[in-house]
Design a protein around this ligand. Structure first.
Ligand code: K7E
Ligand code: CUA
Length: 629
């Protein structure tokens, strides 16, 4: 069921009419002479409202969305939480960037989580994907890669904050990232995109690239440590996992191992590498690996001829890799070829047992249009592929494409829809899980051009919402976004149960709690200054609209750590701590503890204040630090 804008407007007016009719009825009250509401009238009102809710992206003020969207923020380095179908931005989660509102990257807690990359201020996030159990989102974690600094981070979905981060050794540029879907997300998989010498110790050359390699990375989802890496031939781009817990597949666009653009696109074919998890784990157990660059991470050899991998030739320079939610196919998207390659997952056992040739695993190679980058799926056998060069989404039928590949005359293309403009990733509601529901499709367009008011040479991108619940795709919303949502997921709200308050035993500030215990400080009650040489720890509480400590003294040159514990138990009452002129800012959520360290390098009175609006007397929530010369 789809309605035009005019119909929607008419529906809206009709609803408004009904609302005022309702309130008049209520006003008239008992005993007034008025036509009684019949059951039929109630039923038709309910139906009208339900129809609007089912088909419209419009959420009226106060109405909640049906889905959470997790959007990568690209080279802004963050992750964003969207509400769908309204496409309202609900929250930003700083990950690889520095954020002055929350103090991410500035606080001691966030620096501990960032670990060896605590000094890095930048990042490039691409692929946010949620942990799963039995091929369904389990609402626990969202994992995201940083291409710029070869990192992977984990967001804890109960608090929507990053709780772990790792820099992956032996690789440069972590790109494609997905999770093991079945039986549960024990492993997160991700690709090292750029080829580097092994070892990369300065003894290699620019001319001889024979030692250059890319590695496939398998990370333990709980510890966020690398379980093992697999050395491959060629480079690696995007990846996905099957629904049997057996295979992972990655695209390679540089099988040539070219170091320049023209060399990278020289051959007509590149490949998809398929990894057998079982065989990799067996090799790991047998000690059949090497280590590189002086670290202990086991690197298995999955180059051509290895029993751990199979290489399936596909048309040149494939990009996206997407598993169909029925668990049948890996789809590799052509990019420089107008085709996508459909790999039958059922045939992979035979491929690994050498009963068939690699190309025999391909069951369709439909021609879709120019620049296919990524494919999404509904629950009715359709695939939706972005066509970067054509600025379109093409909807096609997977089984019909397979019949066409076998020679049958069948038109597998169902519709092409213009999008605006140059789409990269797309994603359907729950489409990377068994719960694909075929309701919504998001197209992440890299250019917006004329779709919005001009804002200078730098333009927003355009995240478009498409209703796919009917026979035809319908574009229903344009959403300007800041750089650069590479990828997103759309998760039904029933999968998530975010907390309203922090709990005192939270692991994110556990080390700070331990430090206070050592100092004999009760964070929930004490306001104390502890001096330890030239290190000073200032412990204070906060309850709107005051800090437990409104003045303290330190000496010029002291290293000061301010620890604030927010005693408020009221939902949504977050405090901040900002030391003016020191670059010190942080958020303290209700029942949380946060800490930040700085050098008291300015003599005199320095005011600190609360920078999260918390109370009518929020402006007065401040105090003084005296720095004695
Ligand atoms: Cu932009 Cu998934 Cu990094 Cu394609 S990737 S577009
Ligand atoms: Cu506390 Cu503003």
């Amino acid at each position: 069921m789809h309605r035009s804008d005019d119909e929607q407007q008419a529906q809206g007016l009709e609803n408004a009419g009904r609302r005022s009719f309702m309130s008049k009825t209520a006003l008239l009250g008992a005993g007034a002479v008025t036509a009684p509401m019949t059951a039929a009238m109630f039923a038709s009102m309910a139906k009208a409202n339900a129809a609007e809710a089912a088909n419209s992206p419009i959420r009226h003020p106060g109405e909640l969305d049906e889905y959470y969207g997790f959007w990568s923020g690209g080279h802004s380095g963050e992750v964003r939480i969207m509400g769908l179908p309204s496409m309202r931005e609900l929250m930003r989660i700083p990950v690889f960037n520095i954020d002055s509102a929350t103090g991410w990257g500035l606080t001691n807690e966030s620096k501990r989580i960032k670990g060896d990359s605590a000094h890095l201020m930048a990042g490039d996030s691409h692929h946010p994907h949620m942990s799963m159990t039995d091929g369904r989102y389990d609402g626990k974690y969202v994992f995201i890669n940083d291409k710029a600094n070869s990192r992977v981070a984990r967001i804890r979905c109960d608090v929507m904050k990053v709780d772990k981060m790792i820099t992956i050794p032996n690789v440069q540029a972590i790109h494609g990232l997905r999770v093991q879907k079945v039986p549960y997300t024990k492993y997160v998989i991700c690709n090292g995109e750029f080829e580097i010498p092994m070892n990369n110790d300065g003894k290699s050359s620019m001319e001889d690239v024979s030692t250059y390699r890319s590695l496939f990375n398998v990370i333990d989802a709980e510890t966020l440590e690398v379980a093992f890496q697999v050395m491959v031939d060629g480079n690696l781009d995007n990846t996905d996992a099957d629904y049997d817990g057996k295979y992972f597949a990655s695209t390679c666009y540089n099988s040539e191992m070219g170091m320049t653009l023209s060399d990278m696109i020289a051959s007509e074919r590149d490949h998809v590498v398929v990894f057998s998890l079982e065989r990799c784990l067996a090799a790991l157990k047998a000690g059949d690996f090497k280590t590189y660059n002086g670290n202990k991470v086991p690197v298995l050899d999955g180059r051509k001829g290895s029993k751990l991998t199979r290489y399936i030739p596909v048309p040149k320079s494939p990009h996206g890799m997407n598993t169909s939610p029925n668990g049948e196919y890996f789809v590799a998207n052509g990019k420089l070829s107008p085709t996508v390659s459909v790999i039958s997952i059922k045939k992979l056992d035979d491929l690994f047992n050498d009963k068939i040739q690699p190309r025999d695993a391909i069951v369709a190679e439909p021609e879709l249009g120019l620049g296919p980058l990524h494919t999404a799926f509904d629950n009715r056998g359709h695939a939706y592929t972005t066509l970067f060069l054509d600025s379109q989404i093409v909807k096609w039928n997977v089984e019909e494409a397979i019949r066409a590949y076998q020679g049958e005359k069948v038109n597998y293309i169902k519709q092409k829809l213009d999008v605006h403009y140059q789409p990269g990733h797309n994603h359907t509601s729950q489409g990377e899980t068994r719960d694909a529901d075929g309701k919504w499709l998001v197209s992440l367009c890299k250019f917006s051009k004329d779709r919005f008011l001009p804002v200078g040479p730098l333009r927003p991108e355009n995240d478009q919402l498409i209703d796919i619940s009917g026979d035809e795709m319908k574009l229903v919303h344009d959403g300007p976004t800041y750089a650069e949502p590479h990828d997103c997921i759309i998760v039904h709200r029933s999968k998530l149960k975010p907390k309203k308050l922090w709990t005192r035993d939270d692991s994110i500030f556990a080390d700070t709690v331990a430090m206070a215990e050592k100092d004999g400080v009760n964070l929930m009650a004490d306001n104390k200054v502890i001096r330890d040489g030239n290190k000073v720890r200032v412990y204070m509480t906060s309850i709107a609209p005051t800090y437990g400590m409104t003045e303290f003294k330190v000496k010029l040159g002291d290293e000061v750590t301010v620890v604030v514990t927010n005693l408020d138990q009221v939902e949504d009452v977050t405090h901040g701590f900002c030391m003016t002129n020191h670059g010190v800012q942080m958020e303290i959520g209700p029942q949380a503890t946060s800490s930040i360290t700085f050098i008291a390098d300015k003599p005199g009175v320095q005011w600190y204040y609360c920078n999260w609006f918390c109370h009518a007397l929020h402006m007065e929530m401040r105090g003084r630090m005296l720095v004695e010369a």
